[in-house]
Design a protein around this ligand. Structure first.
Ligand SMILES: Nc1ncnc2c1ncn2[C@@H]1O[C@H](COP(=O)(O)OP(=O)(O)OP(=O)(O)O)[C@@H](O)[C@H]1O
Ligand SMILES: [Mg+2]
Length: 274
């Protein structure tokens, strides 16, 4: 592997978000469903944290709790020492689906959060961000006129427009084809390196997690617990081709084994290594 210099991100950084013994039960018709069990983790200032684990292990539940969108049964989550109990303007969420309103143009979709808060949108910032993600001049297009990748770029701009300090991303590129996904991974790495945002990023894909992360949280099958925390000390910026290097593949297999061992020997599904 062509290691040039160690990533400066690897040094210990102070915690921005603290998840402290988070436990969550959903109330369902057939009784309480144990989704999260005693999850404790820090998201450090400016770090790229990836969260990985089998389907249904509680990754979305954890992220939604961190966004203040669902209430924990027990435990606490805080941002800069302030308890998160409702959505917080410093925390933005990006979902797998771009969630653009089809009857609004790109620009008016991006302006929507400002309208809801009765704040004037920062049009200069929005145009700068559209330019940054390769959507300059697409302001007046409708979502149906954009590809899936372009729609997701627009949703990233919508999230960054209000300049949040923390981005919570829930499998944001999971629905995209492999090439577009590579492009988006490069783009989000660049944006993160330029802006210094703190990112917690959920993914099913072990290579995506290793490509993006400073640290990877590996969760167990439901109820979600932390099974392992893995440092990724690869230098940045990481090129897409890094994924074909033997050391990268060895890291993929290591995490796959950690996930398999959590499942009592059953093997991680194929989608996690693709
Ligand atoms: N609103 C809800 N009410 C009841 N149960 C729920 C609710 N949301 C999620 N669950 C259950 O909680 C568990 C965790 O779900 P969650 O969506 O957090 O998993 P996940 O790790 O994000 O899965 P995936 O990788 O498939 O997105 C699952 O068993 C799911 O069926
Ligand atoms: Mg999910």
């Amino acid at each position: 592997m062509s290691v040039t210099e160690p990533s400066p991100r690897n040094k210990q950084l102070p915690a921005r978000m603290v998840v402290d013994k988070a436990t969550l039960y959903y109330n369902t018709k057939s009784g309480p469903l144990h989704a999260l069990d005693n999850v404790s983790l820090d998201v450090r200032d400016g770090e790229f944290l990836c969260i990985i684990g089998p389907s249904g292990c509680g990754k979305t539940t954890l992220l939604w709790s961190m966004a203040g969108l669902i209430k924990l049964t027990d435990g606490a989550i805080s941002l800069d020492g302030e308890r998160i109990v409702k959505p917080n303007p410093h925390i933005a969420m990006i979902f797998q689906d771009a969630n653009l309103l089809p009857w609004r143009t790109v620009e008016r979709n991006i302006q929507l959060p400002f309208e809801l808060k009765r704040k004037a949108p920062d049009r200069q910032r929005i145009n700068g961000l559209l330019d940054r993600v390769g959507l300059a001049g697409f302001n007046d297009k409708y979502p149906r006129e954009l590809s899936g990748g372009m729609q997701q770029r627009a949703s990233i701009v919508r999230s960054l427009a209000a300049d949040p300090s923390v981005l919570l991303m829930d499998e944001p590129f999971g629905a995209l084809d492999a090439f577009t996904r590579d492009e988006m991974n490069l783009l989000i790495q660049e944006i993160w390196m330029e802006t210094g945002k703190t990112i917690a990023f959920v993914t099913h894909s072990i290579p995506e997690a290793i490509f993006l992360a400073d640290r990877i949280i590996v969760m167990s099958a439901r109820p979600g617990r932390i099974a392992a925390i893995v440092d990724v000390d690869l230098p940045r910026p990481r090129p897409i081709e890094i994924q074909t290097e033997p050391e990268f593949i060895a890291r993929v297999m290591d995490i796959k084994m950690k996930i398999d061992s959590q499942r009592g020997g059953t093997r991680a599904d194929h989608s996690m290594i693709g």
